[in-house]
Design a protein around this ligand. Structure first.
Ligand code: ATR
Length: 263
């Protein structure tokens, strides 16, 4: 068996095993490859990863809270991983660990249209926020960044581009991307983020990286106002499709992955 895994803490809720195993089966690789979820506490991350090549792993996805640690331990970094400052994908080959970031292009692939020339607001300045800002700036969007801790968004913009926004005017943006953790534990996004449920408009695209069983309150309000919505599962599918191609060299069956992730 060639093994793949997602490493996170927590990781039990992850849709990645179902999504990737369905994709591997559809590619005819189901009897050779298997994808699993492995819960790894922060203190144990490096030792866990270093043992993986010897246990038959060809690669791994890395999620909260390990994306920075994944970058730090790699022998080789892709340009995107280095610039974003986080890795969500590891590839084990030739005795080396290579770090990639597919979150950035995954977000772009999840959007219904190119963000070039569009006014975009990114909420959050963690790893997911950095990938979003990097991708949108590279595509030529006019990016503003809001973060609860303003120092962090200022720092992010100094490094990656975009402008910090301390009091963003929700109606001014054609694209709004929530990369914060707000909503993961049932928090009210309209209490924690500078957004008003009645402030969305048709013509806007709203992305919420948070996903759960039901549509998030953020996307429900945006959809009700006539905005286009992109949920965290779609972003997960798109980053996963890029990771799968890096490991297997095969074009990913995106529709199969989407159905499995949503099942
Ligand atoms: P990730 O790598 O998934 O982005 P992270 O680095 O822990 O995770 O970042 C989490 C993001 O969610 C940060 O932007 C954080 O804001 P702070 O920098 O101020 O901590 C944001 N966040 C988490 N809980 C929040 C809350 N209740 N209200 C607003 N922002 C929140």
């Amino acid at each position: 068996m060639i093994r793949l895994a997602v490493l996170g803490h927590p990781v039990g809720h992850s849709r990645s095993p179902a999504m990737h195993n369905a994709a591997l089966a559809a590619l005819g690789l189901g009897s050779e490859w298997r994808y699993e979820a492995i819960k790894v506490a922060p203190g144990g991350f490096e030792a866990r990863v270093r043992a993986m090549p010897g246990e038959g792993f060809a690669g791994a996805n890395v999620t909260v809270p390990h994306k920075g640690a994944a970058l730090a331990l790699a022998d080789e970094l892709s340009g995107v991983a280095r610039e974003v400052g986080a890795a969500n994908t590891l590839i084990f080959a030739g005795g080396e660990i290579r770090a990639e970031n597919t979150d950035a292009d995954g977000l772009l692939n999840a959007l219904p249209a190119s963000p070039a020339g569009r006014r975009a607001l990114v909420l959050g300045a963690g790893g997911a926020g950095r990938a979003a800002v990097w991708a949108l700036v590279r595509e030529g969007a006019e990016v503003e960044v809001w973060n609860r801790t303003e120092l962090r968004s200022r720092h992010l913009c100094d490094e990656l581009g975009g402008r910090p926004a301390s009091d963003p005017a929700q109606g001014d943006y054609e694209l709004i991307v929530n990369t914060t953790a707000v909503g993961l534990r049932g928090e009210d996004p309209f209490e924690q983020l500078p957004l008003d449920p009645a402030g969305f408009a048709p013509g806007q695209t709203v992305v919420d990286m948070v996903y759960g069983v039901e549509q998030t309150p953020l996307l429900a309000a945006a959809g009700k106002a006539g905005a286009s919505v992109v949920d965290g599962i779609e972003v997960l599918v798109q980053q996963g499709a890029l990771s799968l191609r890096l490991w297997t060299g095969c074009e990913a069956p995106v529709e199969v992955m989407r159905s499995a992730a949503r099942a």
